[in-house]
Design a binder for this molecule. Structure first.
Ligand SMILES: NC(=O)c1ccc[n+]([C@@H]2O[C@H](COP(=O)([O-])OP(=O)(O)OC[C@H]3O[C@@H](n4cnc5c(N)ncnc54)[C@H](OP(=O)(O)O)[C@@H]3O)[C@@H](O)[C@H]2O)c1
Length: 259
C-alpha cells in the first residue's frame, strides 16, 4: 500500500490532515521535530484507524534535511504517492529588530525545504498511476504584511512555486495543490510570538480539523488552490480588487506590534 508523507504532522493542521487521510485508509509517513508527539500520533492513529504509521524526527529547517527524508523513504522502500509539505511557522515583528538567524531559519523551512522535497520526491511520485502534492501556504501570501513581512513573502513563494509546478506537471500523473488557510486554532500564534493578537484571532479562527477536511478534499479533487472558509476566500479576492497600498494599510492595522 502506498503512503502519504506529511511534514509538520506532530500537531496542528498537519496532524489533522494525517487523521483525515487515515480515515480514508491511507498509510502515513509523518515528519516533524518532536519525537514524543510523533510517537503519540502514531499510536493514536494506528489504533483508531488501523493504518500503518511510520515517523521520522527531523529538523526540516536544516540544510540537507529534504535529502534525509528522501533517503529514509528509499532506504525503507516506502512507496509514496501523496506528499504534503505542511511544516512551517511565522515570526511576528519588524525585519530590522528580528535576528537574521531567525528569519533565515524560517525561510529555509518555509521555502527551501518545500521546494527541495518536491524535487527529491518527484521520481517516487511519478512511479504511481495517480499521485498528489499539497503545499501549505497562507492567506498572508496574497499581500505584503508589515510585521510579518518575511513570513508573508515565504508563503507567496509557496503559492507561486506550487502553481508553477502544477502547470509543469499538468500532463503527468501528479496533481499539485496549494492550501492557503486563514487564522486556524493551532500552536501557530504562540510560536510566532503573537500572543497579543490571540484573543482576536480566535474569534475568526477555523479549527485545524475543518481546514484539514477541506484541504484533503480539495487535493483529491485536484484543485489548484484551496482557501478554506468563505471570509478567507473573500479576503484573498479583495487583494485582486483593491490597490496594494489600501491592502497593505489594512494588513498593517491588523498586525500592529509595539516594534
Ligand atoms: N494556524 C494558522 O493560523 C495558519 C494560517 C495560515 C497558514 N498556516 C500554515 O500552516 C502550516 C501548519 O501550521 P499550524 O498552524 O498547524 O502550526 P503548528 O501547530 O505550530 O504546527 C506546525 C507543525 O510544523 C512542525 N514544524 C515546525 N518547525 C519544524 C521544523 N523546523 N522541522 C520540522 N517540523 C517542524 C511542528 O512540529 P514540531 O514542533 O514537532 O517540529 C508542527 O507539526 C504552516 O506552514 C503554517 O505556516 C497556519
Amino acid at each position: 500500500m502506498a503512503f502519504a508523507l506529511i511534514t509538520g504532522a506532530s500537531g496542528g493542521i498537519g496532524l489533522s490532515m494525517a487523521r483525515e487521510l487515515a480515515k480514508r485508509k491511507i498509510d502515513l509517513l509523518i515528519v516533524a521535530r518532536s519525537t514524543d508527539k510523533l510517537s503519540a500520533a502514531k499510536k493514536e492513529i494506528e489504533e483508531k484507524y488501523k493504518v500503518r504509521v511510520e515517523f521520522l524526527s527531523l529538523d526540516l529547517s536544516q540544510l540537507g534535511s529534504a535529502s534525509k527524508v528522501a533517503n529514509w523513504v528509499s532506504e525503507n522502500s516506502f512507496a509514496v504517492r501523496i506528499l504534503i509539505n505542511n511544516a512551517g511557522y511565522g515570526i511576528w515583528g519588524s525585519v530590522e529588530k528580528t535576528p537574521w538567524a531567525q528569519l533565515n531559519n524560517m525561510m529555509q523551512l518555509n521555502m527551501v525545504t518545500i521546494a527541495e522535497l518536491c524535487h527529491a520526491m518527484l521520481p517516487e511520485l511519478k512511479k504511481h498511476s495517480k499521485s498528489y502534492i499539497l503545499n501549505t501556504a497562507s492567506t498572508a501570501a496574497y499581500q505584503a504584511v508589515p510585521t510579518l513581512a518575511t513570513y508573508a513573502a515565504t508563503k507567496s513563494f509557496v503559492v507561486l512555486f506550487t502553481r508553477g509546478l502544477r502547470k509543469e506537471l499538468r500532463n503527468s500523473n501528479v496533481s499539485v495543490t496549494c492550501l492557503s488557510p486563514g487564522a486556524t486554532s493551532t500552536n501557530f500564534i504562540d510560536r510566532a510570538g503573537m500572543e497579543a493578537l490571540k484573543e482576536r484571532a480566535e474569534k475568526f479562527s477555523m479549527s485545524a480539523d475543518q481546514v484539514a477536511k477541506i484541504a484533503i478534499t480539495g487535493m483529491f479533487n485536484e484543485k489548484a488552490e484551496v482557501i478554506p472558509g468563505f471570509m478567507n476566500w473573500l479576503s484573498v479576492q479583495l487583494t485582486y480588487l483593491l490597490t496594494k497600498s489600501i491592502i497593505e494599510n489594512v494588513a498593517a492595522g491588523l498586525y500592529k506590534t509595539k516594534n
